[in-house]
Write a protein that binds this ligand. Structure first.
Ligand code: DC
Length: 207
């Protein structure tokens, strides 16, 4: 069974997808970490983010074991990920890994931008998780503050808007809701409420 969880940044899709995988005993893949890892390699090697050839090369040779998760969780890497994720060859080079992962028994939850539309169009269940822009920026701001990263709400809001605009308007696999996805607006919900609502839908589907 494959569950796709897509949506814009800081909408709560990672928290939901992780919780869902745990509750169901499924595998979990945060596909954003693949693009972040490629972005980090570009920064580490001093490559221009306009250099699509280098980005495609790093995507093809990606070794996630060489990268610690905390290195991926900052805004500079997020913006780099958003830039290189627009290159079709980067996306193509990451596709087989994601599709193989999705087929792992007994099931997998993948979160990203294009899981329900491109990576796993045949997923059993698709969710599109979103929230009001100011709510998403506020959540990301609080998260960065907890990590001790100095920033302002306005800076975070500008970053969130820039990234969403780029991810939603790129030519290849933009962030769009699949026709058969269920939309979840988390603006007024806690993480537990979101998980409960989604688990209710999953229970109806499972025999
Ligand atoms: O989900 P995230 O914030 O970790 O994603 C970082 C960037 O990676 C995001 O701005 C766009 C890109 N991305 C993508 O293009 N497709 C995905 N399936 C996941 C992420």
């Amino acid at each position: 069974m494959i569950i796709a969880v897509d949506g814009p940044s800081a909408a709560g899709k990672g928290t939901l997808a992780r919780g869902l995988a745990k509750a169901l005993g499924f595998h979990f893949l945060d596909t954003g970490s693949l693009y972040r890892a490629v972005g980090l390699m570009m920064l580490r090697h001093g490559k221009s983010l306009d250099d699509a050839d280098s980005a495609a090369h790093f995507a093809a040779a990606l070794d996630l074991s060489a990268i610690a998760d905390h290195e991926l969780r900052n805004e500079q890497v997020a913006q780099a990920a958003s830039r290189i994720s627009a290159y079709p060859r980067v996306r193509g080079n990451l596709l087989a890994f994601q599709r193989d992962f999705a087929r792992k028994p007994p099931g997998a939850v993948l979160d990203g931008r294009d899981i329900g539309t491109v990576v796993c169009p045949d997923a059993n269940l698709k969710f599109f998780v979103t929230a009001a822009t100011d709510v998403r920026a506020r959540r990301r701001f609080e998260e960065l503050r907890r990590q001790g990263i100095a920033t302002t709400y306005d800076e975070v809001l500008a970053d969130v808007l820039a990234r969403d605009e780029r991810d939603a308007t790129r030519a290849t696999a933009p962030t769009v809701m699949a026709d058969d996805a269920i939309m979840i607006d988390t603006s007024e919900l806690t993480a537990d409420e979101v998980l409960k609502a989604v688990l209710d839908v999953v229970k109806d589907l499972k025999p």
